[in-house]
Design a protein around this ligand. Structure first.
Ligand SMILES: [Zn+2]
Length: 221
């Protein structure tokens, strides 16, 4: 290995690393690649994994920003409405509670899942995995958390469409003078941060880092 190469993530040397192409399912033996490069599927050319510069630091930065924005989304009004001089403010938890009270319990639960539970799970699992990895360590159960993290990712994408639907519904309801609140803008920022956090670090890199840190942990004890 020459001095000019930067293989920025650690990997156990004696373990077989395999990754399946997400597009065509072909299995590949995984080699480490240099920083800034990406590996492609030999069958279809789809990107298998990337080595992004300072990916772990970026994931943690996006993750902590997402956490603060999430708090703002929960706390501040999503919209405020002015109907005949009555100002009413609706936060996301408030909207879920209102839906629940007014009988739309199935909708209340799905809104709560897509807008509160899944994003919270994504942020929590990302930070649970990445924070200790900054120090070459991992918290207990990291492999299981990693599987949740990968599983919940696909659901958080739905959030984008869901929020779009909410906003267009609000536009249809022209009963009131609707204004977007801090909660709305924070959730827009939250989605950008979540996309940055999820897209910024490769799953192959995360698995390698988790394996290495668990192995080093066992060596020490
Ligand atoms: Zn492929």
């Amino acid at each position: 290995m020459s001095q000019h190469h930067h293989y920025t993530w650690p990997r156990l040397p004696d373990v077989r690393h395999r990754v399946a192409c997400e597009y065509c399912d072909t299995l590949h033996e995984v080699d480490l690649i240099e920083e800034g490069r990406e590996a492609h599927c030999l069958e279809c050319g789809f990107v298998l994994y990337r080595n992004r510069p300072s990916s772990l630091q970026k994931a943690v930065a996006f993750g902590t920003t997402a956490l603060s924005l999430f708090v703002l989304v929960m706390w501040f009004p999503f919209i405020s409405m002015n109907a005949q001089g009555n100002l009413s403010e609706v936060s996301i938890p408030g909207a879920v509670a209102a839906l629940w009270r007014e009988g739309g319990q199935l909708i209340a639960i799905s809104v709560a899942l897509f807008v509160i539970v899944f994003p919270a799970a994504l942020i929590a699992s990302l930070l649970y995995l990445c924070l200790p990895l900054l120090f070459g360590r991992s918290f207990p159960g990291s492999r299981r958390v990693m599987r949740w993290f990968l599983g919940v990712q696909s659901w958080v994408m739905v959030e984008v469409f869901f929020l779009g639907a909410i906003v267009s519904l609000l536009k249809l309801i022209k009963l009131a003078d609707v204004q977007l609140g801090i909660g709305f803008w924070s959730s827009a920022g939250l989605m950008i941060c979540l996309a940055g956090a999820v897209g910024g670090i490769d799953r192959t890199e995360l698995w390698d880092r988790i394996e290495t840190s668990e192995f080093n942990g066992k060596e020490k004890s």
